[in-house]
Design a protein. Structure first.
Length: 370
């Protein structure tokens, strides 16, 4: 199978509400959409690199540069027998997993379409519906947070994640727990703390959290292992796991008891699939993370979440929580029981609205073999 062209759409979409993490407050998303044409069949994907290097070191501009100048020349020269070969073919490029994943995921979608299968089936998925949770950003007041949580529970979500940062942590968690004693609750710190904060996390043990996501440094495993020894609540790594080998190391050193899997962060769907399998062999459950994706990336996440070890509700939520305008039809919908039905049509199984993409596009380029 040969990649014949890669079309890159650079897009900006306004969010309905601001989203605040420990590192930034955003009101729009700036990202890339790819069309990867493989032997005449086109697959769509979304590159989850952000405008600024705050979640990871990649950005929209680094992704454009690396896609154009390094990834495209390599993939155009190959004849692939399977999508699993795409990421290994790029091993001479250090890092830039989000840029690599964008091509790999577009290839996977084209591959599934060629076979007339859903992406879930092509990946080896075993679920026809997935459990959905929500990630709620830092708010301007605790009252605002409590009313947001109330709304999400009313919409059917079965797991609530709240973002924390120094100054918006223990007291907020205490108030949420007092108001909602029985919900599945977790926190995500996006690397805002250090081992100086062990006492804070020990105090969090009192609130029956499902897990604490990425409390410490964005590349760290060692300190996370030290923290895990001193607290009862499971640690879940997000930022620190970039590959199957990273997942193995984190598990071997007991730095993580749960893993947030994001295909973009780990170089694509093959790597995400391998990580969930390795984790299963060590009784480590995983769940699918989110990067405020548009419908295209969201659809990929829906299919990825059907793999067997995605046993916890993920951050794959209803399209309506995110952008003023969505790029797919139908939109991703969460039902009143908190689940999403997985489409069984070919590939992602949603229709991409190309006119809508053109409307929000700020650049457009087509890469072909030279
Ligand atoms: O850490 O999981 C994260 C969004 C952007 C960057 C990082 C993260 C997030 C989320 C939102 O938590 C998940 C979503 O609803 O897409
Ligand atoms: Mg996270």
């Amino acid at each position: 199978m040969k990649i014949e062209s890669i079309t890159i759409h650079e897009v900006k979409l306004d969010l309905k509400n601001f989203f605040e993490t420990s590192f930034a407050r955003v009101t729009y998303e700036h990202f890339l959409l790819l069309q990867v044409t493989v032997d005449g069949v086109t697959g769509w994907s979304e590159c989850v690199a952000s405008e600024s290097p705050s979640y990871s070191s990649e950005t929209v501009q680094t992704a454009l540069h690396v896609l154009e100048d390094f990834i495209a020349p390599i993939v155009f020269g190959r004849d692939y027998a399977h999508p699993d070969e795409v990421l290994p073919s790029l091993h001479v490029i250090r890092g830039h997993n989000m840029a690599k994943a964008a091509v790999e995921m577009g290839f996977w979608e084209a591959y599934a379409r060629t076979r007339g299968e859903s992406l879930s089936k092509a990946l080896g998925g075993t679920r026809t519906k997935i459990a959905s949770g929500v990630s709620i950003g830092i708010q301007d007041s605790v009252d605002q947070l409590l009313s947001k949580i109330e709304g999400e529970l009313a919409d059917g979500y079965r797991r609530i994640k709240i973002k924390i940062k120094p100054g918006w942590d223990l007291d907020v968690v205490r108030q949420v727990r007092e108001r909602f004693p029985d919900i599945l609750l977790m926190v995500d710190a996006n690397s805002a703390y250090s081992l100086d904060d062990v006492k804070l996390f020990q105090e969090m043990d009192a609130y029956d959290l499902m897990m604490i996501e990425q409390p410490l440094d964005y590349h760290d495993m060692w300190d996370h292992a030290a923290l895990q020894k001193q607290i009862k609540t499971p640690i879940c790594l997000d930022e620190s796991v970039h590959s199957l080998d990273d997942a193995r190391r984190a598990i071997e050193m007991s730095a993580t008891r749960i893993i947030n899997v994001k295909a973009g962060r780990v170089g694509g769907l093959s790597s995400a699939r391998d990580i969930q399998k390795l984790a299963a062999e060590h009784d480590i459950p995983v769940w699918c993370g989110g990067m405020l994706e548009s419908g295209i990336g969201r659809a990929h996440n829906v299919h990825l979440s059907t793999l067997p070890n995605f046993t916890l509700p993920g951050d794959v939520a209803d399209s309506k929580r995110y952008f003023v305008e969505e790029l797919i039809e139908p939109t991703v919908q969460v039902r009143s029981d908190g689940t999403i039905q997985v489409p069984d049509g070919p590939g992602i199984g949603y229709t991409v609205l190309e006119d809508r993409i053109a409307k929000h596009r700020i650049s457009h380029r087509v890469l072909t073999p030279s």
